[in-house]
Design a protein around this ligand. Structure first.
Ligand SMILES: CC(C)(COP(=O)(O)OP(=O)(O)OC[C@H]1O[C@@H](n2cnc3c(N)ncnc32)[C@H](O)[C@@H]1OP(=O)(O)O)[C@@H](O)C(=O)NCCC(=O)NCCS
Length: 145
């Protein structure tokens, strides 16, 4: 599996653009509207304040992606549904752990991802009521070396 971070140049290369489209497809499939960044992933990719990391296979098919800010906040992590539970999420988190002394993120308590973060030694901190939309809360989770 290969990992790249998208360049922040004004124009993405054709290859980067194609990979980004793969991320958008996964984003649409995995996340409900109130959590989805599908409409804005291209804008996210250009932000200087964060890294847009894409993992893909030999056929250049996107397996997963992650957006992590300079301060170590994981704004998004996702692995395609047919590639989950094969260690790719862990590899993405490892990429972030190697580059940041501390990481944080928000997660909907109803998501199975909670278990993934516990496995990755994140600690559950406060519950933020109505974080996503009314009625959908989030936990702040933190990890540090
Ligand atoms: C959460 C997510 C990124 C994890 O990626 P992944 O590649 O499936 O995770 P890994 O295979 O690296 O899992 C590592 C370990 O975490 C735990 N884990 C991961 N997913 C889990 C699940 N659904 N239920 C319970 N434990 C889980 C397991 O201990 C797993 O090890 P094991 O498979 O040997 O038991 C991925 O499932 C995903 O994209 N989910 C949908 C989108 C999402 O919820 N994103 C996070 C929003 S906050």
């Amino acid at each position: 599996m290969k990992i790249i971070t998208l360049s922040k140049a004004k124009k993405l290369s054709d290859r980067e653009y194609k990979l980004l489209q793969g991320c958008i497809t996964i984003e649409r499939r995995l996340f409900p509207k109130h959590e989805s960044l599908a409409a804005t992933l291209e804008i996210e990719a250009r932000k200087q304040s964060q890294d847009f990391v894409i993992m893909f296979d030999d056929e250049e098919k996107v397996v997963g992606y992650m957006i992590v800010s300079r301060s170590g906040h994981i704004c998004k992590i996702a692995v395609a549904s047919d590639r989950q539970r094969q260690g790719f999420g862990r590899q993405l988190i490892s990429w972030a752990k190697e580059r940041h002394p501390a990481l944080s993120l928000h997660v909907d308590p109803d998501r199975p991802a909670m278990k993934f973060y516990f496995t990755e030694q994140f600690q559950q901190l406060e519950l933020l009521r109505d974080y996503y939309i009314a009625g959908r809360d989030a936990y702040l989770m933190k990890w540090h070396r």
